[in-house]
Design a protein around this ligand. Structure first.
Ligand code: UDP
Length: 281
């Protein structure tokens, strides 16, 4: 049995005022990945944020590395099952979709959709406050300025660095209380994969915001600590190679070995020889 369930569109409480749009999904190794355009997802996120009080919806991005992590980390696989949206990040996901005769409407990573897209612009325009969680304190300070520079008028109602005890429920309660006091409706969490997804899923019921987005290393990029790949690399779908050149010692295993393992799993699964993220047939 797969630990990854259909995104949480079917478990809305009775009487809830807002339901996410049901976009098509592409099954990538047992993970139901939403296929939608950037404009459609942006509209969904804004609709959810503008609607009356509701639970905290989770937005996650999954790439080939994430799929590999889901194979070995049951907590991460379960966390993915709590997401309202799991979006496809990277060329590996596109190749996997095509291997099953499907295609994604668009590549939707956090940098394009959130750091450089319209979601935070609309938040700025409509006075929807955000809270940043993650990174080292000095990076976080620069990330706040970075977002406010990109989106003039953006209200960063609060922020907390990412180096707290992630297993401590008291720390989670304190951070949730800070988010609540700040009035933020959006939480941008950049703690790295799989920590951010596991932490958000575990504490979702107490998070007082409307939308929590797992952003990986975005705060480092927006802070200017880690450069994003030049446009041409992004257009050629080679952003992962740019990252690999930046930190080869840390990332070679993830990208070189990891991509081969991921594609091998996809090929075997296509032939019915391999299971889902939990090894199920
Ligand atoms: N991070 C964090 N708390 C942690 C570990 C990481 O806030 O306990 C932050 C880190 O500072 C960086 C982001 O998470 O801003 C992504 O971290 P990393 O580069 O390790 O993630 P990866 O690239 O491995 O997904």
């Amino acid at each position: 049995m797969s630990l990854v369930t259909t995104p949480a569109t079917t478990t809305e409480p009775v009487g809830a005022s807002w339901h996410p749009v049901r976009h098509p999904h592409v099954d990538i190794l047992g993970i139901p990945v939403t296929s939608a355009t950037r404009a459609a997802i942006t509209a969904d996120l804004l609709d959810g944020l503008r609607s009356p009080a509701d639970r905290c919806h989770l937005l996650f991005f999954v790439n080939a590395h994430g799929c590999n992590v889901a194979f070995r980390d049951a907590a991460y696989a379960r966390a993915l099952g709590q997401a309202t949206w799991i979006l496809n990040d990277g060329i590996g996901m596109e190749i996997a979709a095509r291997a099953c005769g499907r295609r994604f409407a668009e590549n939707l990573n956090g940098s394009d959709l959130i750091d450089e897209g319209d979601v935070l612009r609309r938040c700025a325009d409509e006075g929807i406050p955000v809270f940043l969680l993650g990174a080292r304190p000095e990076t976080l300070e620069r990330a706040i300025l970075g977002y406010q520079g990109r989106y003039p008028g953006l209200i960063v109602a609060g922020a907390h660095h990412g180096y707290f005890d992630h297993d401590d429920d008291d720390a989670a309660r304190e951070i949730s209380a800070r988010i609540g006091r700040s009035g933020a409706r959006v939480l941008l969490a950049g703690l790295g994969v799989p920590l951010q997804e596991i932490w958000l899923a575990r504490h979702r019921s107490q998070l007082p915001c409307r939308l929590a987005i797992a952003l990986g290393g975005s705060l480092d990029q927006v802070a200017g600590d880690v450069p994003r790949a030049p446009r041409i690399w992004i257009r050629l779908r080679l952003e992962w190679l740019f990252r690999l050149f930046q930190e080869p010692r840390r990332l070679w295993r993830r990208y070189l070995l990891g991509n081969v393992v991921f594609l091998a799993r996809v090929a075997l699964r296509r032939r019915g020889l391999y299971g889902t993220t939990t090894g199920a047939p």
